[in-house]
Design a binder for this molecule. Sequence first.
Ligand SMILES: Nc1ncnc2c1ncn2[C@@H]1O[C@H](COP(=O)(O)OP(=O)(O)OP(=O)(O)O)[C@@H](O)[C@H]1O
Length: 763
Amino acid sequence: MPELPTDLELRRRQFKGQMSTVHTRRQQAVCVRRAYKRYGTKSNPYIILDGLNMTVPKGCIYGLLGASGCGKTTLLNCIVGRKRLNSGEIWVLGGTPGSRGSGVPGPRVGYMPQEIALYGEFSIRETLKYFGWIANMTTSQVDAKVDFFINFLMLPDADRQVKNLSGGQQRRVSLAATLIHEPELLILDEPTVGVDPILRTQIWNHLVEITKHGRTTVIITTHYIDETRQAHLIGLMRGGYFLAEESPEKLIQQFNAESLEDVFLKLSVIQNMGKRRRSSIAQTVTENIHVPTLPGAGAVNEGAVLDDELGGEISGEFGDNVSMNSRTGRVSIAPEPSADHPPELPPEEEPELSWKDHLKIVQMHHMHALIWKNFLWMWRNIPMMLFVIGLPVGQAILFCLAIGKDPNDVRISVVNNEIDYPSEHCRALLDCNNSRLSCTYLEYIRQNYSLDMKYYQTEEDARQSVVRGQSWAVMVVRHNFSDSLRNRLEYGKDVDEGDLFGSTISVYQDKSNENIATFLTRDLLFGFANFFSSYLSSCDVDTRIANLPIRWGAPAYGFENPNFTDFAAPGVVLTIIFFMAVALTSGAMLIERNEGILERSLVNGISGVELLSSQIFTQFIVMLGQTIMVLLVVFVFFALTQQGSWWLVFTITLLAGMCGMCFGFVVSCSCDTERTATYMALGSFLPIVMLCGIIWPIEAMDNYLKYISSVLPLTQATDSMRCVLARGWGMSKPVVYQGFVSLIVWIIVFLTISILVLKFKKG
Ligand SMILES: Nc1ncnc2c1ncn2[C@@H]1O[C@H](COP(=O)(O)OP(=O)(O)OP(=O)(O)O)[C@@H](O)[C@H]1O
């Protein structure tokens, strides 16, 4: 066995000076240099790619092999532009992924992710139609392809829904969706999992066929190492870089191995030896292992060791096949260009984009495919959509039924010493000489304020009923109430102490419930004022004597007896529409993202703006339905106060819904899981409800909170809608238009954040 260091030195001499140029890199289908990628933080990094070089010539099938978790998918994601390297270069089809005009992500690549990443509710035909349309194919072109793939991939009827297919069949549909637009670069992440050997052979034959003319390049990962024998090149990945990048035959031959698995094993041993040598671990472990001579070329990458020693970039390491071929005599992998198909050289520079291209932020065929897909999804989920539209209506009905009405049948305990209870019954007579005026008053408040009165003989018993929680208040009427009241009226300032005491009704309340206590106080006071006014009238006395010396004029806006429902309705309607939109949008986006469909669409060239625009369009239709239904329920069916323009009410509600939708985008773009999205949405719900003046006036808030409240999305909108509804104001009033302006500003802010997050949030 030759000395390893000698061999390394030999390789070192061979590679020296073979600097790959940008020109040569751009000629490859894919060229990766010094790729470094880590997950985790800088202080606690989890390194996935560590100085990896990769060269995929045009027209070849490149088998990317490596143990599970070694970073293959990460590398592929970087190649298609969906993840970014921490450092290093990637050239794909002559451009850098993600740059404008490079076509990557876009129609030039076809990406089959590891997960199924398809809509379960769609049929095979609809799935292929969606991906075909994204690639700007016509429906007839798609239909022709559907027939081909059904036969070729042995798929069942094209109208079968994807969710009803077996796992293997779903993978084949996923493969068909990747192949349908015949991209120049196919990236297939384990396409043959769950596929039987006959079909696997057929798929490989197809790949060989489509790469034959040099127009299509395939990068394929698989766990079945030996199936990559048909690949032109394979890259064996381990420890963040390639152990080798060579044709399978050459590798088997070089390593004198039976199979590629054998090669991989031997290379892994060599790699371990390198590491051990560096860490000065005794060589005894390796002495018993037979490692073949590494003849000639640098098929083996002692990456970490050599990097240290060589410094800088050496293309021959796994470098450009162009330079390696001449040196090492490696069999040319890319097919020779024929006279009929001269090789296309990639553009040297990024294509110049005209101002029209810069303005084109959405492409019509993308929008067509996305909107069609969104509506089709809704159509396939009709029960869910009915629930989505019905839910806000149900919430609005519950609000109108449950919130804001006066409490009924509030129990109060009465001790009326004017009557001989229980032998005597109260009779409510409105007569100037009535000696049982207390009965008239009690009956008046019982009927008008729906009080539930229970009579007691002693004050102590009545108090105990309140203490036991059976009653909200005790009223005690003195035995000479009627006469004392008349004397009090007659003698005015000369009235004696006994009459003052006797004409006073004592009330003891349970004030543990502020609302009930307030309602009861109001009812007893107003009830007495009204009763006394009627009594004075029956005695031909001016009723104004009974009034407090304050005259309440007719209200400028609103009613004599305003109700809480009218106060809360604007905020509640806006909150319902806002948060339904948040739930709907974030849910829809997260489903797409978590199932990998979003990623797949983005790789196929859909932009963040297109994605959001299509969602806005579709969700807008749903929201239109929700808004109309909620407004009908609240203002037509329950007839809550509506003094202003219907258009203003309708528009501000729609704007609140759009604002919620855009907030939903932010939630779904910034949260990775449904759970965090739910926490974020729920976490924002209560602050908005509490701080936006929906259930309590903002005027009652702490001064600092008032500032925070004033910039929240629903504060000004609620105020604006309240003014339209209760005062009938229009857009000429600042408080009204400010609500509209604040919603529009928030929509823009949320949309901008979502687009930026979608654009920049790559791993
Ligand atoms: N977003 C992420 N954050 C942190 N770690 C990640 C992330 N994505 C992947 N990883 C980790 O990086 C490593 C490489 O993952 P990757 O999916 O690229 O491996 P792989 O070679 O494709 O595996 P397999 O063959 O099983 O699909 C794995 O250990 C994985 O847990």
